[in-house]
Write a protein that binds this ligand. Structure first.
Ligand code: PXL
Length: 291
């Protein structure tokens, strides 16, 4: 019997305060009518950006037992979606998870969360980058930000990038495994007030771009929110450019709601104020095809 809602294995940490990872992924997928089944990688009191003395419980040892139970239950997933991971061992566990649950042919989406603004996050190191290069081989779709794309490719983080170079990055990342590569926070040196999301689909050879106005605040969890909207949208049957549009429009609305009310950046975007936008039809579309 066909299930009435699609089902995602959501492999991320749970940070109690600061709106990132599962605290963002679950409400977005639920609002989009998708069942999120969390496989928590760690539980933290807050996310690790801009909070000191956070408390952290690593769940690496329990993950294999949780997965074992899911395997005995023979759960069928329509999508496997991973984000922030706590250790290189977790990457190996997820790689095996993807193999073990391949029987229902899930869409494998890997958000290689490792850093931002040209820097690795404090809990990451180059071994994680190495392991992430192996994990993305198994992905259908990856959604690195500009920093993570540079790390995966071993390229310099250079804000003076142009479209020709970013195309080579997209193709290079796709040659590492994933059919679809979506790079977020791509700087636009010619229009410094803008940033863009640029995507490549190896199967049809198309490059897509959605520009957005840059807002000078780095809210945590926006990458998690963006990829969650992409996952929800694709599972609802949208095409890649429409999914990109929906992701960018949602994040823009969330950042504007927060920035406009001077909300503390480290607490993340005012998700609760904009979640309902996900149920609106796409009223205006701004994607461009890059020829
Ligand atoms: O949003 C990415 C993320 C997820 N989880 C934790 C984080 C971060 C980014 O800082 O610290 C724990």
């Amino acid at each position: 019997m066909k299930r009435p809602v699609t089902r995602v294995a959501a492999i991320h940490d749970l940070s109690g305060f600061g709106r990132s990872s599962l605290a963002v992924v679950i409400p977005i997928l639920s609002t989009m009518g998708v069942q999120a089944c969390p496989l928590p990688t760690a539980v933290l009191s807050t996310h690790t950006g801009d909070f000191e003395d956070y408390s952290f419980v690593d769940l690496t040892d329990s993950m294999e037992d949780f997965i074992g139970h899911w395997r005995r239950l023979k759960i069928e997933f329509d999508c496997i979606y991973s984000g922030f991971l706590g250790s290189s061992r977790q990457i190996k566990i997820i790689s095996k998870f993807i193999d073990d649950f391949s029987f229902s042919s899930p869409l494998v989406v890997i958000d290689p969360v490792m850093g931002d603004g040209g820097q690795l996050y404090g809990t990451m190191d180059m071994l994680m980058v190495e392991e992430m290069r192996k994990l993305i081989k198994k992905a259908d779709i990856i959604t690195p930000n500009f920093t993570e794309a540079a790390l995966l490719l071993g390229e310099n983080y250079d804000l003076e990038i142009n479209e020709e170079i970013i195309r080579t990055w997209l193709v290079g990342l796709s040659e590492m495994g994933p059919k679809t590569v979506i790079i977020t926070s791509v700087p636009e040196p010619k229009a410094s007030k803008n940033t863009s999301v640029i995507a490549y689909n190896r199967e049809d050879g198309h490059f897509w771009k959605v520009s957005c106005v840059y807002i000078p605040a780095q809210y945590p969890g926006t990458g998690d929110a963006f990829t969650s909207v992409i996952v929800g949208s694709l599972l609802q049957g949208d095409s890649l450019p429409i999914a990109l549009d929906r992701g960018v429009q949602f994040i823009t609305a969330a950042i504007r709601a927060s920035y406009g009310s001077n909300y503390p950046v480290r607490e993340g975007v005012l998700l609760e104020r904009v979640l309902a936008n996900l149920n609106l039809p796409v009223l205006s579309s701004t994607y461009e095809i890059m020829e």
